[in-house]
Design a protein around this ligand. Structure first.
Ligand code: AP5
Length: 211
């Protein structure tokens, strides 16, 4: 079984949704740099204040800001049984991660590229809503938030159309090429991210258990 995973893919591919399922069903620690940064932003910490301008416009936060957060989260997970969501996103981050994990004697087992067209990304993100306390993702069509929680449900600033366009541009220019790094390392698999939550989970679950 693979126990050190990274979910990779465009914004809105379902990385967070699937990482949560791996957490609840297989006991993986879900490490989302986006979630950690949003939390820092809400708390108004020094990192949060730096991150705010980048996140709200859909740009990548500088690599150096993310390294510390990622290193701490991986160490807190005990260097094993974790799933990275949204990290790494640049070639420099991928190289940093390799050296960080090698240092802990725990290289990545598998990188899953969740493949989704830009049109579907826009359809998913424009209808996404988030619980402002728990951070849980909803979708107005495929996973509507419960009526009782309505007052806690918000739309992320970076899900506005202009920020989504910027995130997609950065994904294609900067993040997508990182897949070649993992393809060369022989640990990357492409998974179709269309279909229901359970369909996609079944594909990833199969991969996690494959030899
Ligand atoms: P982050 O939070 O990581 O955003 P992202 O990668 O753009 O991904 P999303 O959270 O938008 O989408 P997702 O793939 O998790 O999809 P989800 O499961 O929500 O990062 C945010 C920002 O932080 C970045 O822009 C950057 O500024 C900064 N940042 C983070 N990490 C960084 C790093 N490493 N370096 C530098 N900066 C960094 O699903 C989307 C929607 O679709 C939901 O509504 C969901 O319910 C729905 N959905 C999911 N699966 C399905 C399905 N199978 N069928 C129907 N609907 C579905």
């Amino acid at each position: 079984m693979k126990t050190r995973l990274a979910l990779f893919g465009p914004p809105g591919a379902g990385k967070g949704t699937q990482a949560r399922l791996l957490g609840s069903r297989l006991g993986f620690t879900h490490i989302s740099t986006g979630r950690i940064l949003r939390q820092a932003k809400r708390e108004g910490s020094a990192i949060g204040r730096v991150a705010r301008a980048y996140i709200d416009k859909g740009r990548l936060v500088p690599d150096e800001v993310v390294y510390d957060l990622a290193a701490r989260a991986i160490a807190d997970a005990g260097w094993d049984r974790f799933v990275l969501d949204g990290f790494p996103r640049t070639l420099a981050q991928a190289r940093w991660l390799a050296s960080c994990l090698d240092g802990g004697g725990a290289p990545l087992d598998s990188v899953v590229l969740m493949s989704l067209s830009d049109d579907r990304v826009v359809a998913r993100l424009s209808r996404r809503r988030v619980h402002k306390v728990t951070g849980e993702n909803f979708h107005l069509d495929s996973k509507p938030p419960p009526e009782s929680e309505r007052s806690f449900i918000i739309q992320r600033k970076d899900d506005r159309p202009e920020a989504v366009r910027e995130r997609l541009r950065i994904y294609h220019e900067t993040t997508r090429p990182v897949a070649d790094y993992y393809r060369r390392a022989g640990i990357m698999t492409v998974v179709d991210a269309t279909g229901s939550f359970e369909d996609v989970h079944a594909r990833i679950h199969g991969l996690v258990h494959a030899d």
